[in-house]
Design a protein around this ligand. Structure first.
Ligand code: ANZ
Length: 749
């Protein structure tokens, strides 16, 4: 019997899969389908990292698992290629981003192939390919036609470092999500997508999704629906100030009005005496981020000199300006009820304004009912070169016109210098010839903003259904067969990408282009892999593990894949452990070596038990315990000897994790890879259920073998490592009792 030589075996099978196009997927009428994808990567110059490997391997385990079960499975792959790193590199080196992107994609593809993923390589999608972004532009035009892509002048987040505006979703704690530079507010005319049009549906359908609760909650909070009322307060000068309140019943206690510093019409309210102070206050407020303004710091504000009448009490109340009132929420004006609201109370105390306790009034008495959302329209203009050009041109009066669909794509022009100037326009403005375009005989000037990269990723999952279609963004028949996506796996973009793609889905469903309203059935959100010391891996700390090193050190891709599934529950962060990598490698060696010593035995019970455990674990995404069960199975086989049937089962169950080794074993055993089934009749007598009570409440049930019941330590170990049990015992356990006769574990916490 020869040695296990992973690199040799892996090269052999990768070649076979490539030559036979083993994973190419075709629509087959009547055959049940399964579509899976990871959040496609940005192909950086650094190549794949261990986080990618975890993410892609989860998709691959499920892909192979369902293939082995006889489903028609599609697992495509793509690259999210627009963005600042390529552009910044271009600015530094003068190399065109197109070239850098090509090199990086080639590298990513080569590396992904080394990992043996069951990808249909004929379906690659690349967002910066003109054949792709032609259809991104087409999507933009559909939204434009329906009034859902529009221009508006407003204050926007501006990153002075990257010299571009940012969407709200891209500002994190007042800093740019990319470079970490403090952002500021700038008044500019920008393009938006009207995502708020779908706010209700985006919110109402969240509960029907098989998505992690934490992501659903984040989306709900982001959309932030509040039901209340808008109430008019008449100011001295006769103008109405409309406030938004969720507590119209508290109106009798409203003793002053507060306007946001950016409040439109502020100029008409401020008296001449107060003008200087208000303008100075406004200028200071504009420098602060919304997060900063909502922090619980000492309240600041300034009086406008004007008053308004409280419609409930008929009393004159002063109008103030303060930055704790945000411009973009509600109407940007509030009625302050210091007796009821903490922020208003702090403000009243600081500025010596009246705090009046009064009775509540009937909620519908004043104002008109109004629903408000925290979510804003999606700002899509970017003043950057390396993005999808917005297909718009302006006439001499500055009115926008769509580029006719038959003139798409609007190709990104070549320029010599990618550096944006300080005019607030992208480097596209330097392509003087490109700027000129004739539409319906009229000379026009092209838009020089490009689209937020999130627009490009808002429809790529649909492109996977027919990636080479040159007549449509996606083929209606192909999309009907493959989609919505059954499993989507990623570790990022909880509110940005995952909300935008739902919005586009609803929009295109309304236009008759999609036969479903939710694009992703099940979402798996995987944890990060950290350095051995538990810290985030980063180049500057020098603690990065390169997956390619692990392969080339002789461990091979199967060890890397299996290790990353074994490292812990898929949805939790985990620290890299080099010793455990070695352990997995030895395990795979032991699997292979069993081939050299096939015995005439019949291990029907452990075989059935293992099939059941691995199958159910994969269904529950417990990939780590599935691998552990295979390790236990192999240990047993070493004790009692393995028949060829035992080994065929092992190889089949191992294949989603270590596909090269498993394929080699199955070839040697002359067997196919059809997923094995278990027979309950071999399991009945073998397992018992242990019930776990925590503080008297039933919290978990564990299947254990009847033999294990004799071993108290083993039972307690199993109970304490159960995830449900761990959830309830986070704060420590005071007392633990095992009652063997009753098959019961009692925990007191
Ligand atoms: C009077 C009142 C009395 C309020 C009371 C609350 C409690 P949510 O639930 O987050 O929607 N508000 C309205 N517009 C605002 C803005 N642009 N910036 C800051 N605060 C604003 O909050 C709605 C409440 O937040 C509104 O109801 C308003 O204060 C304030 F006992 O009006 B309330």
């Amino acid at each position: 019997m020869d040695r296990y030589e992973p690199l040799k075996i892996e090269e052999k099978w990768q070649k076979i899969w490539e030559e036979t196009e083993a994973f190419s997927a075709k629509e087959i009428d009547g055959m049940p389908k399964m579509m899976l994808a990871e959040m496609f990567p940005y192909p950086s110059g650094a190549g794949l990292h261990v986080g990618h490997v975890r993410n892609f391997t989860i998709v691959d385990v499920l892909t192979r698992f369902y293939r082995q079960q006889g489903l028609n499975v599609l697992r495509p792959f793509g690259y999210d290629t627009f963005g600042l790193p390529a552009e910044n590199y271009a600015i530094k080196t003068g190399t065109a981003p197109q070239e850098i992107t090509k090199v990086n994609i080639d590298n990513f593809r080569k590396q992904a192939k080394k990992l043996g993923f069951a990808i249909d390589w004929s379906r690659e999608v690349n967002t910066s390919d003109p054949e792709y972004y032609k259809w991104t532009q087409w999507c933009f035009l559909q939204l434009y036609k329906k009034g859902l892509a529009y221009q508006k002048e407003s204050y926007q987040w501006w990153c002075p470092e990257d010299q571009t505006v940012l969407a709200n979703e891209q500002v994190e704690n007042g800093k740019c999500w990319r470079c970490g530079h403090e952002v500021e507010k700038k008044k500019m005319k920008q393009w938006f997508f009207k995502i708020t049009e779908y706010a209700d549906e985006l919110l109402d359908e969240i509960d029907n999704l098989e998505w992690p609760e934490k992501i659903k909650t984040m989306q709900k909070n982001w959309i932030g629906r509040s039901a209340g009322a808008e109430i008019d307060f008449k100011a001295d000068n006769g103008k109405n100030i409309t406030v938004f309140t969720t507590r119209p019943d508290t109106i009798k206690g409203a003793t002053f009005i507060v306007l946001a510093p950016e409040y439109q019409g502020l100029d008409f309210i401020v008296t001449d005496d107060c003008k200087d102070a208000v303008m100075k206050y406004k200028a200071d407020a504009l420098k602060k981020s919304e997060v900063e303004r909502q922090e619980n710091k000492e309240k600041t504000g300034v009086f406008t000199g004007s008053y308004a009448v409280n419609p409930a009490t008929k009393e004159k109340i002063p109008i103030w300006v303060a930055d704790y009132v945000l411009a973009g929420y509600g109407t940007g004006a509030i009625m302050a009820v210091p007796a009821m609201d903490d922020r208003d109370r702090e403000f009243a105390e600081k500025f010596d304004l009246p705090i009046v306790e009064t009775e509540l009034v009937d909620r519908d008495l004043y104002g008109t009912p109004k629903v408000t959302y925290k979510m804003r329209d999606w700002l899509i203009s970017r003043q950057r070169y390396w993005g999808c050009p917005i297909p718009i041109a302006y006439d001499k009066e500055g009115n926008p016109h769509p580029i006719p669909e038959d003139q798409l794509p609007v190709i990104i022009p070549e320029v010599e210098d990618y550096q944006p100037d300080n005019s607030g326009r992208s480097a596209l403005a330097k392509a003087k010839d490109w700027l000129k375009v004739t539409i319906d005989g009229e000379e026009m000037t092209r838009e020089t903003d490009t689209l937020d990269g999130y627009a490009c990723s808002s429809w790529y999952l649909w492109r996977y259904a027919s990636p080479h279609d040159n007549k449509a963004a996606w083929d209606s028949e192909a999309i009907k067969y493959w989609e919505p996506v059954d499993y989507y796996v990623g570790a990022d973009h909880a509110v940005a990408h995952l909300l935008y793609i739902r919005f586009w889905c609803k929009f295109f469903a309304d236009q008759g282009y999609l036969p479903f309203r939710e694009p992703i059935k099940r979402l798996l959100y995987n944890g990060y892999i950290n350095a051995p010391d538990g810290k985030k891996m980063s180049k500057s700390k020098g603690n990065v593990i390169d997956p390619l090193d692990v392969i080339n050190d002789g461990y091979g891709a199967d060890t890397l894949r299996t290790y990353e599934m074994f490292i812990g529950p898929y949805d939790m962060d985990a620290a890299w452990d080099p010793r455990s990598v070695g352990g997995v490698y030895r395990f795979l060696n032991r699997c292979y070596n069993l081939l050299g010593d096939i015995k005439e035995v019949d291990n029907i019970i452990i075989r059935n038990k293992t099939i059941k455990k691995v199958t159910e674990d994969i269904h529950k995404y417990n990939f780590n315990t599935a691998v552990a069960a295979l390790m236990e199975y192999v240990n047993e086989l070493y004790k009692v000897g393995a028949s060829s049937e035992d080994l065929v089962t092992l190889a089949k169950l191992l294949k989603p994790f270590a596909p090269h080794l498993a394929s080699e074993m199955l070839e040697k055993l002359d067997a196919d890879d059809e997923w094995p089934k278990w027979d309950e009749k071999y399991l009945v007598s073998d397992t018992v259920t242990v019930v776990v009570q925590i503080n008297g409440k039933l919290r978990a049930k564990l299947e254990v073998s009847a033999d294990d019941l004799e071993d108290e330590k083993k039972i307690m170990d199993m109970v304490l490592s159960d995830r449900k049990v761990q959830k309830y015992t986070e704060d420590g356990i005071k007392k633990q009792i095992f009652v063997k006769k009753a098959k019961l574990v009692n925990l007191v916490v």
